[in-house]
Design a protein around this ligand. Structure first.
Ligand code: PEP
Ligand code: MG
Length: 313
């Protein structure tokens, strides 16, 4: 039966009882954006801009950046879809030659993501200028979010720079402090996007790259799900979107749990969109909430998975 649904499902993302769940794509460049536009998605939920510059020794000019960003926005131009551009997430597992802190004992806990932008304001401002030019040129509905936000003040500061350019500001929830303060952060920004890869790493104090810590870097960890629940509830109260753009959104079973927790959009690699959309379309919001309650009540990832799966049967 699962196969039959997968074969016939064609979007848009919604539960069996009709609640819309935006399905979005994670992209890295123009080619992946074009590929994503052939899938039943309502936009791009994460454009990882730093991946455009992994091989660059020096910072691209504003004009060069605008051309690259426009090529990614273009396939999603128009009012009914939107594109979430993430500002440079340099540092730690993604070193960028022109935006890397020279020497750190502990790069994952160091000057990375938005922290780097605050250390070099010009870098952030030039990127925001380029994004604004690309948005204007393509007519895309462009949202802009910052990675690695830990405080309300960071969110406020970033939001001011983004609004100044006529764009819609949001922040990623990747640090537990941001999840706990989601209600305050939502007073500053228009949306949140939970990066479950880093949120799991920082919640469990386990390096996401360490294969021998895979039992800890599992987004089914109930502590991670609790933080997701807190952020989603803050979004519900504020009436603002809270999505997930980490790998968790690409797991059809976990995606249903996320919907049950109140997440409003799921962003994932294009290949995952159909399996996730098909699975979500089979369940009511009530079923998803039952799965979420069961997973939250579990004491470990294996039990959480089993408990969520049991609701399907
Ligand atoms: C995340 O941390 O979950 C995320 C989406 O960002 P990245 O994987 O690029 O760090
Ligand atoms: Mg991240």
């Amino acid at each position: 039966a699962e196969r039959a649904v997968l074969a016939t499902w064609s979007g848009p993302g919604r539960t069996a009882d009709g609640r819309l769940v935006k399905l979005l794509a994670n992209v890295a460049d123009a080619a992946s954006s074009v590929a994503a536009s052939a899938e039943p998605v309502t936009g791009i939920g994460l454009f990882r801009t730093e991946l455009c510059f992994l091989d660059r020794e020096t910072e691209p000019t504003v004009e060069e950046q605008a051309d690259i960003y426009a090529s990614v926005l273009a396939p999603f131009a128009g009012e009914e879809r939107h594109v979430v551009v993430r500002t440079l997430d340099a540092g730690s597992d993604k070193p960028i030659a022109f935006a890397t802190h020279p020497d750190e004992e502990n790069p994952a806990l160091g000057v990375r993501g938005l922290r780097l932008a605050f250390a070099d304001r010009g870098l952030l401002h030039r990127q925001l200028d380029a994004i604004a030019i690309a948005a204007e040129r393509t007519g895309a509905d462009c949202w802009v979010m910052a990675p690695m936000v830990a405080t309300v003040a960071e969110a406020r500061d970033f939001a001011a720079d983004v609004r100044e350019r006529g764009l819609k500001p949001g922040v990623m929830v990747e640090v537990p402090s941001a999840a706990l303060l989601a209600h305050k952060i939502l007073e500053e920004v228009d949306f949140l996007s939970i990066g479950t890869n880093d949120l799991t790493q920082y919640t469990m104090a386990a390096d996401r790259m360490a294969t021998d810590l895979a039992h800890l870097t599992d987004p089914w960890q109930p502590a991670v799900l609790q933080l997701v629940a807190i952020a989603a509830e803050a979004g519900r109260q504020a009436g603002k979107p809270v999505g997930v753009c980490g790998e968790a959104a690409a797991d059809p079973l976990l995606a249903c749990v996320l919907v049950g927790l109140g997440i409003t959009s799921l962003s994932m690699a294009s290949a995952a969109v159909r399996p996730v959309g098909a699975r979500v379309s089979e369940l009511t919001v009530g079923h998803c909430e039952e799965m979420a309650d069961a997973a939250l009540a579990a004491v470990d990832p294996a039990t959480a998975r089993e408990a969520a799966r049991a609701v399907l049967l």
